[in-house]
Design a protein around this ligand. Structure first.
Ligand code: ATP
Ligand code: MG
Length: 206
């Protein structure tokens, strides 16, 4: 190999951030669709850290959310899970997630995948242009939300239609709490993990 040539071509890496409380088939379908359409080498799921301000956190322990995400993605050779957000203390901000992954993958291309609802929140950030320097943004359709790039710099975000899965983690938690099944909404291993750890059944939980 001639001097100065990189050992490997730039890899295309998708980043799917989320609370994943629990991870569900809507997340997996979105990530899979974007992986294929954008020819990504890998999609890294990044569970958020625990909100540290709250002593009665409304969110399940980071370790449970991390393990459910590992269980859900283990069978897909293109999927992996990163601990960057759960190992960093404090509230998770996308700018930190992308900064850490950029450090970890200095030569690769990052594609941040986000649903229509989350896209609006992330890009309303007053320094959104810094985010665009770290990654390409891919907004995916989500039932019940409008996917728009009205007030975004032209070409900054790719909008992608993914198979419509009207599933949310909130609804999965409510169903478990109400004694309803979540089979086929989340992967089988996640159903079993939820029941083994008795997640979402505590009466005081919001
Ligand atoms: P919660 O109800 O707790 O907010 P959620 O279902 O929205 O959970 P998150 O972990 O908040 O899941 O979402 C992580 C990412 O996945 C976000 O970018 C979100 O927009 C996207 N996403 C979640 N559910 C879907 C879905 N059914 N279809 C497409 N994208 C989704
Ligand atoms: Mg959400």
């Amino acid at each position: 190999r001639p001097v100065g040539f990189p050992a490997m071509a730039k890899r295309r890496i998708g980043v799917m951030g989320g609370t994943f409380d629990p991870v569900h088939n809507g997340h997996l379908v979105a990530a899979s669709e974007v992986q294929v359409r954008f020819e990504l080498d890998e999609v890294i799921f990044v569970p958020t850290g625990n909100p540290w301000q709250k002593c009665h956190s409304a969110v399940s322990p980071a370790e449970d959310r991390y393990l459910m995400t590992v269980v859900a993605t283990a069978s897909n050779p293109r999927f992996s899970v990163s601990r960057v957000d759960i190992d960093r203390t404090g509230t998770t901000y996308t700018i930190d997630t992308l900064g850490d992954l950029r450090t970890q993958y200095p030569d690769d291309e990052l594609f941040f995948i986000t649903g229509a609802d989350a896209l609006e929140q992330i890009l309303s950030w007053h320094r959104a242009d810094e985010l665009f320097r770290l990654a390409h943004f891919i907004g995916v359709t989500r039932p019940g939300y409008r996917l728009v790039d009205d007030h975004l710099p032209p070409g900054a975000v790719s909008l992608v239609e993914v198979p419509a899965m009207a599933i949310s983690s909130t609804n999965c938690r409510d169903r478990v709490r109400d004694g309803l099944p979540v089979w086929y909404l989340v992967p089988d291993g996640v159903v079993q993990y939820i029941s083994k750890r008795e997640l979402y059944t505590a009466p005081e939980r919001a």
